[in-house]
Structures are given as structure tokens and as C-alpha cells.
Design a protein. Structure first.
Length: 248
């Protein structure tokens, strides 16, 4: 197993769910963490916990991944001790609504497309060149089972996650001849704030999503990501699909 000791790992969407779980497992392995999200106070609480529990070095980025110039500035202005990013976890993402396409909200569509696709592209565009020039690196993109199966009302969210899958494959092709690795991790249902965000804070509706299913936990996903990034340098795990046992 490759060591993560002192590796610099940038996690987007670290303020909640899967991103927070990744931060914890990487901190336990001795990595240095750049944690990005819009809710800085959440990141600060997480950083305090990681510093106390693991003595982790943490750098915080209050960042909206939809804002291309903010992403460029955040990456180009990293202090030199933080600029050599070894692993990028493109995790920030969301779903909004479960509306039929012909009744859908333009605002919801744009938020999903701008976050899940464009945000991931911006981060990759500004971080990957450094990986190529240093001849080391790994990009992990959070896709979804929604990129493989379309469900009623899933239309635009499913399209964004299908795009993540294709972008991951495309980036892998573009990086052939370099040692930089690319992985897409595509989970089924995971119990996080995702459903609450999807239904614009309607917690009752969000809870019903998990009825009849034992959902995956954020730690289940972090475990898989940890496995992918700790393989020997010649091994690229292209894609992992993981589902709750009782999800169709
Ligand atoms: P959460 O809602 O718990 O976390 C989402 C994270 O994304 C938050 O930290 C949020 O931070 C961040 N985020 C959202 N929009 C932006 C933005 N514009 N700029 C920066 N950060 C942003 O959901 P999950 O942990 O479940 O989701 C993580 C990823 O996993 C997503 O890509 C999601 O699509 C994917 N996924 C989730 C599944 C599930 O069932 N939960 C299943 C399959 C895939 P903040 O609001 O502070 O900016």
C-alpha cells in the first residue's frame, strides 16, 4: 500500500458528507489537507477536530467551485508549501429537485451543471498541469450511479453525473504517457445532506428517500477512495460503482 504521509490532498465539498469523511480518513493516514467549500465555519470546525485528533496540517479555501476566476485565484495563490497538490478529490456536487424535465427549474439546472460539471472542470484545469509537470498525481471524481441509470425526475442530475464519467475517461486518455491517475467513484444512495439539499431543505421529504434501503455511509465511500489512492503507482482504478445491497 502506498503511503499518504505528507501527501497534499485537495478535497472540494469538504464541509459535509463524503468530503468530510475523506478528510478524516486521509488525516488519519498523515496527509496534509486543503479543504474547500463555501461554508468556511464548517471547514474551520473540521480543521480544529483534525488538528486535535491527528495533528493534521490543514489549509482552508472558502471557495465556490462554480466561479472560474475564484478557482484560478485559489489555486494560483496557494502558499508555496501547499501548491504541490498530489491528490485532487473533485467531490463538491449536488442535486436539486426531482422535477420532470418539461416542468423543471432553470435555476436548479444551472446550479447542477455549474457545480457538478463546470466546477469539476475548473479544478481539474488548474490543478492537473502541476501534477503533469511534477510527474505525480491522482484525480478522483465523484460520479454516481445516476451516471449509469436514469430514473424519473433524474434527467439533469443524471446527465451531469454521466458527464463526470465521460470527463474522467477523457482525462485518463489525455494523461496517457504521464504517471497521473484518474478514478471515478460512482456510489448509489449515501446518507448525507444530499437529499436535504435536493429538496431545498424539506427534511421530511429527504428522510423518505432512504425508506426500505440501508444507505451507504460517507465512510463507506471514503474507504473506497482511500483504497484507490493507495494502490501501487502503476495501478489505475478507472471506475468503482458501489451500491447499497438493497438498492435496485
Ligand atoms: P453533501 O450535501 O453532504 O455535501 C456536498 C458538498 O458539496 C458540501 O460540502 C458542499 O459545501 C459542497 N458544495 C456544493 N456546492 C458547492 C459549490 N458551488 N462550491 C463548493 N462546494 C460546494 O452531499 P454528499 O457528500 O452526498 O455529496 C458529495 C458528492 O457525492 C456529490 O458530488 C454528489 O453528487 C455525490 N454523490 C452523492 C450521493 C448520495 O446519495 N449522497 C450518491 C452518489 C454521488 P458548501 O455547501 O459548504 O459549499
Amino acid at each position: 500500500m502506498a503511503s499518504l504521509e505528507n501527501q497534499i490532498i485537495l478535497i472540494t465539498g469538504a464541509s459535509s458528507g463524503i468530503g468530510t469523511a475523506c478528510a478524516k480518513i486521509f488525516a488519519g493516514a498523515g496527509a496534509k489537507l486543503i479543504l474547500a467549500a463555501r461554508r468556511l465555519e464548517r471547514l474551520q470546525q473540521l480543521a480544529d477536530t483534525l488538528t486535535q485528533d491527528f495533528n493534521t496540517e490543514v489549509h482552508l479555501l472558502e471557495l465556490d467551485v462554480r466561479d472560474r476566476s475564484a478557482v484560478e485565484s485559489a489555486i494560483s495563490n496557494l502558499p508555496s508549501s501547499w501548491s504541490d497538490i498530489d491528490i485532487l478529490i473533485n467531490n463538491a456536487g449536488l442535486s436539486r429537485g426531482l422535477d420532470k424535465l418539461h416542468e423543471g427549474s432553470f435555476t436548479d439546472w444551472e446550479e447542477m451543471i455549474d457545480t457538478n460539471i463546470k466546477g469539476l472542470l475548473y479544478l481539474s484545469r488548474y490543478v492537473v498541469p502541476g501534477m503533469v509537470s511534477r510527474s505525480r498525481g491522482h484525480v478522483v471524481n465523484l460520479g454516481s450511479i445516476a451516471g449509469h441509470q436514469t430514473y424519473p425526475g433524474g434527467n439533469v442530475y443524471c446527465a451531469t453525473k454521466a458527464a463526470v464519467r465521460v470527463i474522467s475517461e477523457g482525462l485518463k486518455q489525455d494523461l496517457l504517457g504521464t504517471p497521473v491517475r484518474v478514478t471515478s467513484v460512482d456510489p448509489g444512495m449515501v446518507e448525507t445532506e444530499f437529499s436535504e439539499v435536493r429538496f431545498h431543505g424539506d427534511t421530511e421529504r429527504a428522510k423518505k428517500v432512504y425508506q426500505g434501503v440501508t444507505p451507504l455511509t460517507p465512510d463507506d465511500i471514503a474507504d473506497v477512495i482511500f483504497f484507490c489512492v493507495t494502490r501501487s503507482p502503476h495501478v489505475n482504478i478507472n471506475e468503482v460503482v458501489l451500491m447499497p445491497v438493497d438498492q435496485a
